[in-house]
Design a protein around this ligand. Structure first.
Ligand SMILES: Nc1ncnc2c1ncn2[C@@H]1O[C@H](COP(=O)(O)OP(=O)(O)OP(=O)(O)O)[C@@H](O)[C@H]1O
Ligand SMILES: [Mg+2]
Length: 413
C-alpha cells in the first residue's frame, strides 16, 4: 500500500458541509481526504474510481439518497466502510442505514473527536475487510490456517439478537447461553454479551468466571481494534463461543454507560455474525439502548400470568419506542403441557404470535447450570429442551431473512 493513511471520500450535496468536514480532518496525520462528491450518484462513481477506505455519506441528496448509495457501494466493494452523517436523528434512518451496510451513524454537525474516532474505527474495519478479500483471492484453500484478523469479520454486518424478559427467573440467561452455542459455527461466529450488568451470570453458566469483563472495553470504546477486543473476550473452549462478561461486582455496573455499551455491541457486529445479548428485567438505559439497536428481540414469557402481563406491557412500550414488532420473536419457556395456559391462548391474548416453545425440564437445565456445561454441548441437545433451542435459532434466522427482504423492498421504493 502506498500509504498507511485512511483514505476518505466525502459525499454531500452542500458545499459548506463538505468544506467543514474537510477542515475538521486536515490536521489529522493519519487521514487523507481522497475526494469529494456532490451527490449519491457521483459518490457511487468516485467510490469505484478512488477505492477509499471510508466514505462520509449524507442521507438526503437530490439524485440518489445516501442509504441507496451505501447499499450499492457496499455491494460492489464490501471493504469500503460508510459512516452516515445526517441531520436526521431519526432512529428509523439509523436502522435503515445500518441494514444497508453503514458502519456508523453521526448527527450533523459532528464533533471533531467523534468524527475522527468514527473514521479510525471504520478505517480499521476496512483494513480487516481488505485483508480478508486478499486472503480469499490468494492461494487455494486457507481454511484451518492460523487465526488472523481476517477471521474476525463476518461477510456482512453481524446481527444483534437480544434476549429479554420483563420478569425475573423466566430463563433469559438459559436461553441466551444455549442459543449462542446453537448459532455459533465456522461460518457464523457468535459472541455472547452479558447485558445484566449488575448480576450477570453468563460467565458462571459457562464456568468462565473471574476473567476479563466489559469494564476492560467500555473506557476505550472509541479506540477499539479487533485484535484488542478479541484478547478481552473470553474464549469458551468447549463451544468456541466468545463471551463478554458483566462486571464482577454490582456496584461496578454504573461505570458502563448506555452509549458505551451500544458502541461495543456495534463494534462486535463488525467482527461476529451474531451478537447474542442477555439482559435483566429492569429496563435500564443500557437495556433500552440495546433493544433499540437489536435486529431481533427474543421476548421471553412463561405460562405464569405475571410474566404474560409484563410481556404485554413490553409490547406496548416497544410500540411507543417505534420498534417494529416484526423484530420481536415471542418465546414461551418452561412450557408444561399440563398447565392450561397454552401458547395459542397467549398469542391470541397479546396479539403477537408465540413462535417458539421451550419445554420445562428441570433436571436437564439445572444440572447443566450447576456443572457449568450448557445442555447444548452434550447429549441433552437432542432432548425436547435442546430441540426447543434449535427451533429458537431457526425462528431467529427466518425472522432475520424476512426483515432483510422487507428492508430491501422499503429502500427500493
Ligand atoms: N426450560 C426450562 N426448564 C426448566 N427450568 C428452567 C428452564 N429454563 C430455565 N429454567 C430454570 O429457571 C431458573 C431461571 O433461569 P435463568 O437464570 O436462565 O433465568 P433468568 O431469566 O436469566 O433469571 P434472572 O432474572 O435471575 O436473570 C433457573 O433455575 C433455571 O435452571
Ligand atoms: Mg439471567
Amino acid at each position: 500500500m502506498a500509504s498507511d493513511k485512511i483514505r476518505v471520500l466525502i459525499v454531500d450535496d452542500i458545499a459548506e458541509t463538505r468544506e467543514n468536514v474537510r477542515k475538521l480532518l486536515q490536521f489529522e496525520s493519519d487521514v487523507d481526504v481522497a475526494g469529494v462528491a456532490r451527490s449519491g450518484r457521483e459518490g457511487i462513481q468516485l467510490a469505484q474510481e478512488l477505492d477509499p477506505d471510508v466514505i462520509l455519506m449524507d442521507i438526503n441528496m437530490p439524485d440518489i439518497d445516501g442509504i441507496t448509495a451505501t447499499e450499492e457501494i457496499r455491494l460492489k466493494s464490501p471493504h469500503i466502510q460508510v459512516v452516515i452523517l445526517s441531520v436526521q436523528g431519526d432512529q428509523n434512518y439509523m436502522r435503515r442505514a445500518m441494514l444497508a451496510g453503514a458502519r456508523d451513524f453521526l448527527t450533523k454537525p459532528p464533533m471533531g473527536d467523534e468524527l475522527i474516532s468514527a473514521i479510525r474505527r471504520a478505517g480499521q474495519m476496512s483494513h480487516v475487510e481488505r485483508m480478508k478479500g486478499a486472503k480469499q483471492l490468494g492461494a487455494s484453500s486457507v481454511s484451518g490456517g492460523p487465526a488472523s484478523m481476517a477471521n474476525f469479520a463476518p461477510p456482512s454486518r453481524g446481527k444483534i439478537v437480544t434476549i429479554y424478559s420483563p420478569k425475573g427467573g423466566t430463563g433469559s440467561t438459559t436461553l441466551a447461553v444455549n442459543l449462542a452455542i446453537a448459532l455459533n459455527n465456522e461460518d457464523t461466529r457468535t459472541v455472547l454479551v452479558d447485558g445484566n450488568l449488575q448480576f450477570g451470570d453468563v460467565a458462571v453458566f459457562l464456568n468462565e468466571q473471574g476473567k476479563n469483563t466489559i469494564l476492560d472495553l467500555a473506557p476505550r470504546v472509541d479506540e477499539l481494534e479487533p485484535d484488542v477486543v478479541e484478547d478481552i473476550l473470553i474464549k469458551h473452549d468447549a463451544s468456541g463461543v466468545r463471551i463478554l462478561a458483566a462486571p464482577q461486582r454490582p456496584e461496578m455496573a454504573e461505570k458502563v454507560s448506555a452509549e458505551q455499551f451500544s458502541k461495543v455491541l456495534q463494534f462486535l457486529q463488525g467482527m461476529y455474525a451474531y451478537v447474542v445479548v442477555d439482559t435483566s428485567p429492569i429496563l435500564t438505559d443500557v437495556i433500552l439502548a440495546t433493544i433499540d439497536i437489536s435486529d431481533v428481540i427474543v421476548l421471553v414469557t412463561t405460562q405464569e400470568i405475571p410474566a404474560i402481563k409484563n410481556c404485554r406491557l413490553v409490547l406496548d412500550l416497544l410500540t411507543t419506542m417505534g420498534v417494529n414488532k416484526g423484530r420481536v420473536v415471542f418465546a414461551m419457556n418452561r412450557y408444561d403441557k399440563r398447565i392450561a395456559i397454552t401458547p395459542d391462548r397467549v398469542s391470541e391474548n397479546l396479539k403477537h404470535e408465540v413462535s417458539v416453545v421451550i419445554p420445562f425440564d428441570e433436571k436437564v437445565v439445572i444440572t447443566a447450570v450447576n456443572r457449568g456445561v450448557p445442555f447444548m454441548l452434550d447429549g441433552n441437545k437432542m432432548q425436547p429442551v435442546g430441540r426447543g433451542i434449535f427451533s429458537l435459532a431457526e425462528a431467529i434466522r427466518a425472522r432475520l431473512s424476512t426483515l432483510e427482504v422487507e428492508t430491501e423492498t422499503a429502500i427500493k421504493r
